[in-house]
Design a protein around this ligand. Structure first.
Ligand SMILES: Nc1nc2c(c(=O)[nH]1)N[C@H]1C(S)=C(S)[C@@H](COP(=O)(O)OP(=O)(O)OC[C@H]3O[C@@H](n4cnc5c(=O)[nH]c(N)nc54)[C@H](O)[C@@H]3O)O[C@H]1N2
Ligand SMILES: Nc1nc2c(c(=O)[nH]1)N[C@H]1C(S)=C(S)[C@@H](COP(=O)(O)OP(=O)(O)OC[C@H]3O[C@@H](n4cnc5c(=O)[nH]c(N)nc54)[C@H](O)[C@@H]3O)O[C@H]1N2
Ligand SMILES: [Mo]
Length: 753
């Protein structure tokens, strides 16, 4: 492993080469060109990487380096051979890294591990469905089964999946959102009536100020840099709030423009606030206080017409916010008063402000309240429901937002369940199901005996890996619908099945001909995704086909649903969706059209807020920040540039200067001095948590890095070993992946290193 200087610019020439090089090698020029030129194009397929929206005017190459990697990873013609299963026991697979597992290639045939065996063996689709159906029908209650979804699943597959699960009789529908933007969904639904972004793509063109909080777009939403760059050209200011000086937020070379290639790139952030982990709530309250104080001096700073017509709670908020203690804010944020005043000035001068955020905000104990403070700050100056202004959570998985719209949620409201009952003539269960964390705990107790994953890799993605793996191993059956091998195929129940599926790049032919699917991006725009290349293997079924066949095998005639018709022609699924989900009228035609369509959004369209008070709720939240016990650091777990969640594309993290290694912990040089450590030392990283469980990462290399004081960082999913299962955000139950108190202990460096 080598550690070099971190880079302060993103994309540019190396970016393009990094994405095209491996593509050409593995795929061949023709297949690559076919895929890359239809990626994110109208009539093409939707990138399966992040949920960033597509601009109305598309470029010839409308994708980023990391989207390119995701496409190559999926469309690879490297296949897991039939002999693999006899050569590798499940114990053997459990010793492999995620990187190795992903490198084995695409899964091509269903496999089954019978009880008592340590090997998977090939099994026919029919037999696989029979085995699963018999297990499900043998449970004492449908609630002993749980059905997870990862956010790559299309609207069509998600809809039939939740329909099957509810027809089977449970609301146990956890999803990756539980670990991701759940805090956002909860907070925004409560205070503005919808758990989604209140802006449209165009708003980036009309804004005067964008505050990017707790987000690393250069790696995780690279095309957002283009939107930021365009906004800057239109005169907008950009502020980044982050404990790390992430590349791309500092300088960005746009590979699509000649200037980007030859110049020094655009300086993206006008101001960078290097905040301490978990300090955002204090910062937001301090900003709101400054707005209120400015209002006292110069009435009109607060948008009174808006406050009166559209909000509730203003007076109580003003009274509370004036009590905010600047000393506490400084302690919590690690920022200076001058820095906070400067941002406040920018906010007061801007007539149209957008705040965006991602995991740096949602994965904290007080995440829900922090997001409510984002909304408070925006509401004070009327920054919701007008052009160039709004609250914009930037979602992760490419269709995680659509899956939720389609009913993938353990707590869907009665209005949705009523519509489902009316459309399909059965009574769906009403009792709420388990989320991801509760699901693990139910497995630990033996209350959940069967677990199925529609994509994803929950064993690796959830906190407390050791306990989570033990929980999975304690179940009677685990089933994974997957494109490639991962850890969730190695930590399995007594019986286990892997059902291989097609990806979004592939042409999906059913009885009625080639099918398309559809997805919703982070700004609520829905559009079709059309597979482009033949599936890598002949025996693969689509996710829709797998669900429909499983439903037939399990439910027989128990509910009057025509699964076969839905499998044969996805228009039939979309017709049902148009009857059940508001905003989807004439769905097939509109999703199939080149433009797609934008879902209705009360706050954005008409400043209507479906909340308890019927107005946008300005809320009072008690300030709390994370304390750091002496001698410890707060550790955040994050993504490298060459990974997609638990999928590891390579062992490099170019922008942070890391090559060929992931066992690193980034620490501020002054903290190292204080702890008596230096760059290059090897340490054990151990969680400080009082429940007797040992949580430790052994032999990590210390990297001196300009992180905020007291705040360290390490890569997920490896670092999930350190995140206690009981450490969850209040209300949303999202694992607290961005503030783990840890102690570093130096270990001897093995000889030869
Ligand atoms: N290439 C690629 N793209 C992806 C993904 C991927 O793994 N690879 N994952 C997808 C998914 S599912 C998601 S959810 C998104 C994730 O996108 P991000 O949220 O950008 O992902 P993280 O790597 O978790 O980065 C968190 C960022 O927040 C900062 N941060 C951490 N804690 C705090 C805090 O307390 N306050 C503030 N202000 N900042 C903080 C970190 O320094 C870091 O810059 O990306 C999506 N896109
Ligand atoms: N410590 C820590 N933990 C975290 C996070 C963190 O920041 N820190 N982030 C959290 C977040 S934001 C998220 S979203 C979760 C992610 O959790 P998941 O969504 O569960 O994990 P992924 O790694 O995205 O899932 C990858 C797997 O999906 C399968 N797959 C890929 N494409 C397809 C497809 O088209 N169909 C099907 N059926 N399967 C497919 C492949 O087998 C692949 O191995 O992790 C969470 N965990
Ligand atoms: Mo996510």
């Amino acid at each position: 492993m080598t550690v070099g200087e971190p880079k302060d610019w993103a994309a540019g020439v190396p970016g393009v080469l990094h994405s095209m090089g491996p593509a050409l090698e593995q795929l061949g020029a023709a297949r690559t060109a076919k895929l890359m030129l239809s990626l994110n194009q109208k009539g093409g397929f939707d990138c399966m990487s992040c949920a960033w929206p597509d601009p109305d005017k598309r470029k010839t190459a409308e994708f980023c380096e990391n989207g390119g990697k995701a496409v190559v990873w999926e469309a690879t013609p490297v296949l897991v051979p039939r002999t693999f299963w006899s050569e590798h026991s499940i114990h053997d697979l459990a010793d492999k890294t995620e990187y190795w597992l992903g490198q084995q290639g695409r899964l091509t045939e269903p496999v089954w591990k019978p009880a008592g065996e340590d090997h998977y063996q090939p099994v026919s689709w029919e037999r696989a469905f029979r085995i699963i159906a018999d297990k499900l029908n043998g449970l004492d209650s449908p609630d002993q089964a749980s059905f997870y979804t990862s956010g790559r699943t299309s609207n069509e597959a998600a809809f039939v999946y939740q329909l099957f699960v509810r027809a089977f009789g449970t609301n146990n529908l956890p999803d990756c959102s539980n670990m991701c933007h759940e805090s956002t969904s909860l907070a925004m639904a409560e205070v503005v009536g919808i758990g989604k972004s209140t802006i449209a793509y165009d708003d980036f063109e009309h804004t005067e100020l964008i505050i990017v909080m707790g987000q690393n777009p250069g790696t995780n939403h690279p095309r957002m840099l283009t939107a930021l760059e365009d906004a800057k050209k239109n005169g907008a200011e950009i502020v980044a709030v982050n404990p790390l000086p992430e590349a791309g937020l500092r300088r960005y070379k746009n590979p699509q423009r000649v200037r980007g290639v030859i110049g020094h790139g655009t300086q993206i952030a006008d101001q960078f606030l290097q905040i301490r982990l978990g300090g955002d709530m204090a910062l937001l309250q301090a900003l709101a206080k400054r707005v209120v104080l400015a209002e006292q001096k110069t009435p009109g700073v607060v948008d009174h017409a808006f406050i009166e017509a559209h909000t509730s709670g203003y007076e109580a908020f003003v009274e509370h916010i004036l009590q905010v203690d600047d000393d506490e804010v400084v302690r919590a944020t690690g920022l200076t008063i001058e820095e906070i005043d400067e941002l406040a000035e920018r906010y007061l001068h801007s007539e149209r402000t957008i705040i965006t955020w991602a995991m740096g905000i949602t994965q904290h104990t007080k995440a829900v309240d922090t997001i409510k403070e984002i909304i408070n700050l925006l509401l004070l100056r009327g920054n919701i429901g007008r052009p160039g202004a709004g609250a914009s959570p930037i979602r992760g998985h490419s269709n995680v937002q659509g899956d939720r719209t389609m009913g993938i949620w353990e707590q869907m409201p009665d209005s949705f369940l009523d519509a489902l009952a009316e459309e399909f003539h059965f009574e769906p269960p009403r009792e709420h199901g388990v989320d991801a964390l509760k699901g693990i705990k139910a497995m630990q107790r033996g209350d959940i005996r069967f677990w199925m994953g529609m994509g994803g890799n929950l064993v690796a993605a959830i906190s407390d890996s050791q306990l989570a793996e033990a929980a999975f191993r304690g179940t009677e059956m685990t089933v994974q619908v997957s494109t490639k091998l991962n850890r969730s195929h190695a930590a399995v129940g007594e019986e286990a099945l892997i059902l291989p599926t097609m990806g979004r790049t592939e042409i999906d032919v059913q009885a009625a001909g080639p099918q398309f699917v559809s997805v919703e991006d982070t700004v609520c725009s829905v559009h079709g995704s059309h597979g482009q290349v033949p599936p890598v293997a002949p025996g693969l079924l689509s996710e829709v086909a797998i669900v429909c066949e499983l439903a037939k095998a399990t439910l027989g005639d128990r509910v009057p649903v025509d699964w076969q018709a839905m499998r044969d022609d996805y228009d039939v699924i979309r017709d049902h969706i148009s009857h059940v989900v508001p905003g989807f009228d004439d769905y097939s035609r509109r999703a199939g059209s080149k433009e797609g369509f934008v879902l209705p959004n009360g706050p954005r369209d008409s400043r209507t807020f479906a909340t308890e008070t019927g107005k946008a709720m300005i809320t009072v939240n008690e300030l709390e920040h994370v304390e750091r016990p002496e001698g410890t650091l707060l550790l955040q777990t994050l993504r490298s540039h060459d990974q997609y969640n638990t999928t590891i594309y390579s062992l490099n993290d170019r922008y942070r200067g890391i090559k060929k290694g992931r066992h690193v912990v980034f620490v501020n040089p002054d903290d190292l001095t204080e702890l008596g450590l230096s760059d290059g030392d090897h340490v054990d990283v151990e969680t400080v948590w009082d429940d007797g469980v040992e949580r430790v990462l052994r032999d990590y290399r210390v990297v001196a890095y300009p992180s905020a004081r007291g705040c360290a960082a390490a890569y997920f999913p490896e670092a999930n070993v350190l995140v206690p299962l009981d450490s969850a955000a209040k209300g949303s139950n999202t694992p607290v992946s961005k503030a783990v108190p840890v102690r570093l202990t130096r270990v001897a460096v093995p000889a030869g290193v």
